[in-house]
Design a protein around this ligand. Sequence first.
Ligand code: GLU
Length: 291
Amino acid sequence: MSAGRFAPSPSGDLHVGNLRTALLAWLCARSSGRDLLMRIDDLDRVRPGAEQRQLDDLAALGLDWDGPVVRQSQRARYHDAALASLGGRGLLYECFCTRREIQEAPSAPHAPPGAYPGTCRDLTAAERDERRRERPAALRLRADVTEFTVEDVLHGTVTGVVDDVVLRRGDGVVAYNLATVVDDAQQGVDQVVRGDDLLSSAPRQAHLATVLGVAPPTYVHVPLALNPAGARLAKRDGPVTRAELAERGVDVLAMIADSLGLSGATPAEMLRGFDVTRIPREPWVVRPAGT
Ligand code: GLU
């Protein structure tokens, strides 16, 4: 099976920028004969009721998906199996660093800026015992490379930093990078369409997929929506959710289609001749409704 997916975090309502990304994920999947899977990334930042409102908003735009809605919180067995396999291969280590300690640590000689400096990589068993008394350990990947290259349909060849990424946090929650890679692989996702704020995560995720023995997906990182001041669009920027805009008489699907240069009154009609490489490459500046 080959599939694309939309994977919202149920932390609040989707705004028009998120809905635009969802439409693009749908169009990319459907135009390439793929299934579209709906996965709720609910390991973190869950707001009660948000998931249902997100799904209702997507359905109201005319987007559909294949199979049941999947929640990451119900997939611990896959995440744990991946951790066990990596651990068995000696590719995990315990890390006791706080965010502050990482910021203040001198960077390793050949490490790219911002990369984890490797403080806990080679602790002795005695040092680990000592530090376990202070706080619970996070688990990091013992990465064998410092960069990795991915292909993105809109961005071309992208080489980015790979460091010893956290795979399970100190509080026991599986980290986003592990859950995303494991779930995409296990679900047969071979096309990832998402906001280009996540482009810098793609090399790490593709590297992790490779370490887990899976081919990285085709990536399509699409432009974000910005407010008129140039900041990432947010709920506080005014009427930006489907419900808020609909209340003001705005046809959200038409607004999004217009921003993408697509014609058609339904997502299905927009499929005709759809070519993601022809969407505008610059961020979408969303002006308050009516201006
Ligand atoms: N759940 C993530 C978000 O809403 C997206 C994850 C992904 O597409 O890889 O930002």
